[in-house]
Design a protein around this ligand. Structure first.
Ligand code: MLC
Ligand code: AMP
Length: 504
């Protein structure tokens, strides 16, 4: 039987393209496919030598670098479960993840070692190592003594490849178990659908701690033998400089609005590009149209989530329809249902459910939650509200889940409300998303409290000390009471209307 390890599939491509450049950084450092394969083999051997076993979790909170990429590939190759963490997460957030994921190894930047050491001790994580973008750190020291690469471990495709967390509407993050076959099947379908080949050069400016930069982008490159311009993050000047060396770009809508905000961006900037892809958040129709006007390119919008990887995509060749997320990918079934999971007629708005090889294996250590989110016939309820046209185009029209997407990052209001409510003088709060020109949506906290709690700056400063900066409300407003319906539920739609222009 063929090896179900995703790395085995990458490796076939790596071997075909040994001398070819796999990636080049903005600083001009480049790695060939043979070098990348060697780095992954050394990394896997190093981790195995440290006692990490197949199926063990490896938690990683490091800045994006070629070393971080080798760590991801090494984990796949060795059969270790990769658990990436947003570099913005703070102590309180990290303590939960480590306690829940129970990793055998945690890898962090040297600068965060002092914060992570007590957290790892508390969560009984055996080993804590450091890895820095300049190639230094205790993991690099351990790597130096590795002599033989670890052969790619034989795995069943159902084996876990990665554990990624989503905060969820209760405020308690859930670990999403993704298998090697979940990732392989989805990436293969994207390579096919988006026409990736060895001639492509992908501009990679996304973080590698989320599905978009980690599985969608890297999957397309490593299964097709394309190469990458590898940027540490989205920096407008760097992206402008790199575009003429690329043939494709993937990004969240903020990347495209920032490009459009630059008067120098136009047809000349995109002369080499064949495809712009957007996802992770709704692409406004006005952005889609302005982009076409300025560049002649219709951005290809697709739709996915961590639990499912990619579900739908506008076509490479057919009509790319603005305001829609396109058609179901091959092998992915998408349906719109009512509250009893009964399919609705064409054009009706309802719950968007998906089924296919792309759909995750369940929530880590939360079998009840997993059962709750799947229907009796095996569809996963995404929590998105959608609609399908007569010719099969899917539109996301809203969310059943209380979630804000800011700059492509998800923020669950409940998680923020729990922290705000603990602040001195606050009696209660409601966190909402309002339109924001740069981030799409911005987080706003609506607070009820005594005079002690009526200073916006004090609340923002207190939150910054506790939660990731991207989750901190951009604005805090004070009201005498929150609007509630007859059931006592806060009417967030009214608050969203009232404060719609607060962050614009
Ligand atoms: C940064 N900040 C944000 C933010 N990103 N605030 C709200 N929303 C965001 N997304 C805050 C910082 O905390 C900081 O606050 C200030 O803004 C400036 O920070 P920065 O680091 O300079 O920001 P910048 O580098 O410009 O980052 C913005 C961004 C980045 C849009 C480039 O957030 C990004 O790359 N987003 C992509 C996320 C992504 O990969 N999503 C895919 C999820 S996968 P302060 O207060 O300290 O100044 C998924 C599935 C799917 O959803 O379908 O793909
Ligand atoms: P995450 O949980 O971070 O994986 O985010 C997944 C969620 O992002 C989905 O459930 C959608 O709500 C949203 N999303 C992803 N892509 C799109 C898109 N193209 N349009 C609208 N929403 C999207």
């Amino acid at each position: 039987m063929a090896n179900g390890n995703l790395y085995a599939h990458f490796q076939t491509v790596f071997h075909q393209h040994g001398d070819k450049v796999a990636l080049t950084t903005a600083a001009g450092e480049s790695l060939s496919y043979a070098e990348l394969d060697r780095a992954a083999g050394q990394m896997a051997a190093c981790l195995a030598g440290l006692g990490v076993a197949v199926g063990d979790r490896v938690s990683v909170q490091v800045a994006k670098s070629t070393q971080a990429l080798a760590l991801y590939l090494g984990c796949l190759r060795g059969g270790f479960v990769f658990h990436p963490l947003n570099t913005g997460y703070k102590q309180h957030e990290l303590a939960y993840f480590l306690g829940n994921a129970e990793p055998a190894l945690m890898v962090c930047d040297s600068a965060d070692h002092a914060i992570l050491a007590p957290l790892c001790a508390e969560a009984k994580v055996k080993t804590l190592l450091t890895l820095d973008t300049d190639g230094s750190g205790s993991l690099s020291d351990a790597l130096a003594s590795v002599t033989e690469p670890l052969p790619t471990v034989e795995l069943d495709g159902d084996a876990l490849a990665a554990l990624l967390y989503s905060s969820g509407t209760t405020g308690t993050p859930k670990g999403i178990m993704l298998s090697h076959e979940n990732l392989r099947s989805n990436a293969a379908s994207l390579v096919e659908g988006w026409g990736f080949t060895e001639r492509d050069v992908l501009l990679h400016a996304l973080p590698i701690f989320h599905v978009h930069g980690l599985f969608v982008a890297l999957g397309c490159v490593f299964l097709s033998g394309a190469s990458m311009r590898w940027l540490a993050g989205f920096n407008l000047d760097e992206v402008m400089a790199e575009l003429p060396r690329a043939t494709a770009m993937m990004g969240v809508p903020t990347y495209y609005t920032r490009l459009l905000g630059n008067p120098a961006f136009g047809r000349d900037s995109v002369a080499t590009i064949r495809l712009f892809i957007s996802g992770s958040a709704p692409l406004l129709l006005e952005t889609f149209e302005e982009f076409e006007l300025r560049t002649g390119h219709r951005i290809l919008e697709r739709y996915g989530m961590t639990e499912t990887n990619m579900n739908t995509s506008n076509p490479l060749h057919g009509e790319r329809r603005g305001g829609t997320v396109g058609l179901p990918l091959p092998g992915v079934e998408v349906r719109i249902t009512d509250e009893s999971d009964q399919p609705l007629a064409v054009g009706e708005i309802g719950n968007l459910q998906v089924r296919g090889d792309n759909v995750f294996k369940g929530y880590w250590k939360m079998p009840e939650k997993t059962a709750e989110d799947f229907t009796a016939d095996g569809f996963f309820n995404t929590g998105d509200k959608g609609q399908i046209s007569a010719d099969g185009y899917v539109s996301i029209v809203g969310r059943a889940k209380d979630m804000v997407i800011s700059g492509g990052l998800n923020i669950y209001p409940k998680e923020i409300e729990l922290v705000v409510d603990e602040l001195p003088g606050v009696s209660e709060s409601a966190v909402i998303g309002v339109p924001h020109a740069d981030f799409g949506e911005a987080v706003v906290a609506v607070v009820v409290g005594s005079a002690e709690a009526t200073d916006e700056a004090t609340i923002i400063a207190a939150l910054k000390a506790q939660i990731s900066a991207f989750k901190v409300p951009k604005r805090v407003v004070f009201v005498d009471q929150l609007p509630r319906n007859t059931m006592g539920k806060v009417q967030k739609n009214l608050l969203r209307e009232q404060f719609a222009s607060l962050a614009s």
